[in-house]
Design a protein around this ligand. Structure first.
Ligand code: TXA
Ligand code: MG
Length: 337
């Protein structure tokens, strides 16, 4: 009897492995790479066939454009046609880091990367492993988050291995992601740049540098970035999202079986333990640190899914800094379609 095994290549981040990852990308393969935000699934951004493999592996609709990752700001000109002055300021102050800038694309970037748009989202990640791999690839790397379309983004190599292990050529383990939510995405093609996605770079820092930012209309908010479907970031469990402070006041009788809650910190968890009857209470950050909470958010949703809970209760956190990204992801997770 012949048996087929999928050989999953989960490799540590030794320099030899990073070189192997770089050349795999240069050869048109797809490689899962750690970044400071979430794990990405990378391919040569100038190779349409390689990029097509990403869409196939993720089951991602092709109207959803990818972010192109560069090893340093000096590679920006290979990808974009023009860097608006405000974008230049942000690049100089905030790269490398969790900030994606949408700018006019060069002809050489294939349509499949940008879903046919004449703009491209570019970012320079701060994770040293990501930058080494991109550098060794000798190209720019198109990479969405390395999760099946519609599910939560991976923040460890094991998350990727469990869900896409048999569909990628290689996974590089760079440890858990320090930021834990995806990059902030800003459309720089307007005089007043538009926030397409709140994320790992606080909007306050961006406003300090370039002033006013525009926000798409409420309804538009979700779709202004093509493919920013609400269903992004959703766990399998139903997530019920409440206003800040409301969770401790819900009627225990209204809570269904197999329900868990997500508490911001230990003191909120204590409150919930006394006032409610959840089967489990997950804590995002014991001492209530917003950065730690963001870093743990997706892993907590996954753990709850793996434990088989059918309903997850959560409440909004203060809407500032990374709290905005947390609230955005909780909101999307609560909207399944
Ligand atoms: O932190 C991150 O950004 C991670 C890591 C891997 O870098 N990547 C990531 O990629 O989150 P992805 O594909 O899951 O999300 C990229 C978002 C999409 O919602 C897409 O619509 C938007 O960026 N985007 C990319 N290019 C765009 C463009 N030209 N115009 C408008 N939105 C764009
Ligand atoms: Mg994604």
């Amino acid at each position: 009897m012949i048996r087929y095994f999928f050989v999953m290549l989960l490799l540590d981040s030794s320099d030899q492995n990073l070189r192997a990852a770089g050349s795999a990308i240069a050869q048109g393969k797809i490689v899962a790479i750690p970044t400071e935000t979430v794990y990405g699934l990378g391919a040569d951004a100038f190779n349409a066939q390689a990029v097509a493999k990403i869409f196939a592996a993720k089951n991602r609709p092709t109207f959803d454009p990818l972010i192109v990752h560069v090893a340093s700001a000096s590679a920006l000109d290979t990808v974009v046609r023009l860097v608006p002055p405000k974008a230049r300021i942000l690049v100089e102050a905030l790269w490398p880091g969790p900030l994606t800038l949408v700018m006019p694309k060069r002809e050489a970037i294939p349509d499949i990367v940008t879903a046919g748009l004449d703009t491209v989202g570019v970012r320079c990640p701060s994770h040293p492993v990501a930058r080494k791999i991109i550098e060794y690839s000798g190209t720019a790397v198109a990479a969405p988050s390395a999760n099946p379309f519609g599910y939560i983004s991976p923040t460890t190599a094991m998350h990727v291995a469990k869900q896409l292990g048999d569909r990628v050529d290689m996974i590089i383990d760079g440890g858990p992601c320090a930021v834990g939510v995806e990059s902030t995405v800003i459309d720089m093609t307007h005089e007043i740049p538009i926030v397409l996605r709140p994320g790992g770079m606080p909007l306050e820092r961006i406003q300090e540098l370039i002033g006013e930012l525009a926000f798409p209309e409420k309804e538009l908010k979700v779709f202004a970035s093509p493919g920013q479907l609400k269903s992004h970031y959703a766990p399998h469990a139903d997530l019920l999202l409440f206003e800040e402070g409301a969770l401790a006041r819900i009627d225990p009788a209204s809570v269904p079986a197999h329900a868990a809650a997500i508490a911001f910190d230990t003191s909120m968890a204590e409150q919930l333990r006394e006032a409610t009857c959840f089967d489990m209470i997950y804590v995002l950050s014991p001492k209530g640190n917003i950065l730690e909470a963001a870093a743990n958010l997706f892993a907590v949703m996954r753990t709850a899914d793996e434990a088989g809970f059918s309903t997850l209760y959560a409440e909004r956190v203060p809407d500032a800094g990374l709290g905005r990204a947390i609230n955005d992801r909780l909101y999307r997770a609560s909207k399944k379609s």
